[in-house]
Design a protein around this ligand. Sequence first.
Ligand code: AMP
Ligand code: ZN
Length: 471
Amino acid sequence: MNIYNSLTKRVEEFKENEPGKVAMYTCGPTVYHFAHIGNLRTYIMEDVLEKTLRYCGYDVKRVMNITDVGHLSSDADTGEDKMLKGAKREHKTVMEIAKFYTDAFMSDCKKLNIKTPDVVEPATNCIDEFIHMIEVLLEKGYAYKAGENIYFDTSKLQNYYVFGNQSEDDLKVGVRDDVTEDTNKRNKNDFVLWFTKSKFEDQALKWDSPWGVGYPGWHIECSCIGMKHLGEYMDIHCGGVDNMFPHHTNEIAQSESFTGHKWCNYWFHVHHLNDETGKMSKSKGEFLTVSLLEEKGYNPVAYRFFCLQSHYRKPLTFSYDALEQASATYKKLKNKIISIPEEGAVDEAALKEWHDKFAETVGNDVNTAMGITLLYDVLKTDLNGATKRAIIGDFDLVLSLDLLKADAEGEGAADNGADPELVAFVESKIAERKEAKKAKDFAKADAIRDELLSKGIVIEDTREGVKWKLQ
Ligand code: AMP
Ligand code: ZN
């Protein structure tokens, strides 16, 4: 498996720390609002990465945090806590907001066939671990107290800018006019590990600490939750490209200062989904969520297909036209697959050959677009139906596009003749079943009914004849 590493800016051959095992970490959502489909592009591509590693034979343990405290509206450690903002907006408590939006996020992931990570841990579960790491950083001289907050001292590091191309000016970007600079910081990019004093009086969640009652900064959670479940060495750490600086830069700074050694070998960053205005936003314009796409009649998995058609290291522009096109291609592809005849026995050698080809293709820096091209190549072969279906099912372990299931989205196809290929296939099966019944071969008739059902097609005998619909 090859993977692009943001640390070295090269595609590298993946080498795990412990033979056959992968310790993988994903920055999770800040649960103050619904995830937009841009956020979800990142989670879809991380899901494909995880599944590709498993497909290539690795035993993956994947951990994800849920940010439910400490993420302020500005990356420069100023502004309001996002969770508190969400709670005020909806007249609920922070914990109610956290639960509601964590559930909503999980439900969106399910609709997009994103597997739940092996461990999902909210930041508020791990306050003791945060305090311990901060104590060690203070002892080792990497942190200091100022204005009653604890800060990480970035000047103590030889190379703080591990991803290159960031400068101190970066943090000025995103600082809104109404947000004042934190004058306690010794260096511009020092960041808060623990707040005991902030400009707002009513921070909802507070914990006792050696430095007074307060709450953690945002970055500490990913270092601590990662180490809690994966130990001091991590193979792959993922996130959206905006996380690279300051969030991931700060995670590395504190983790490596804490352990005294390199923490994570590969950094995987997914580029942004932008709308036509250039930036996806939760506050301006139409807030693009999975539910909104559903309301507009799209199958969420068609959105997954749309994402998989592009490489994760390129920005992607969302438009309804582009989604419409992806959705039509997806439906057509599925209907082609559904109508593959159920015939022959699986050719195991061919299955293995295509498995290896797919592993090599998608395993080359998660090249999902080429993986989809391979699918069409399989359809073009003269392999028997059973083998084609087995290969496609095998690819779908990674793609997770429900390729062997008929789609509720195609409902009505029978009435409006939208997809002649599917209609012809189902009707030929119904005719075959009718013949079997006539010949009193009820076992065969039932087998045909079951075969259709296994593809998500339900048939019903009515007085007006046989009717069918998609499940
Ligand atoms: P947040 O909930 O804001 O912490 O973001 C969750 C994840 O989505 C992070 O990994 C972000 O880097 C990522 N992300 C934010 N905006 C976008 C976008 N427009 N496209 C893709 N990923 C994004
Ligand atoms: Zn993180």
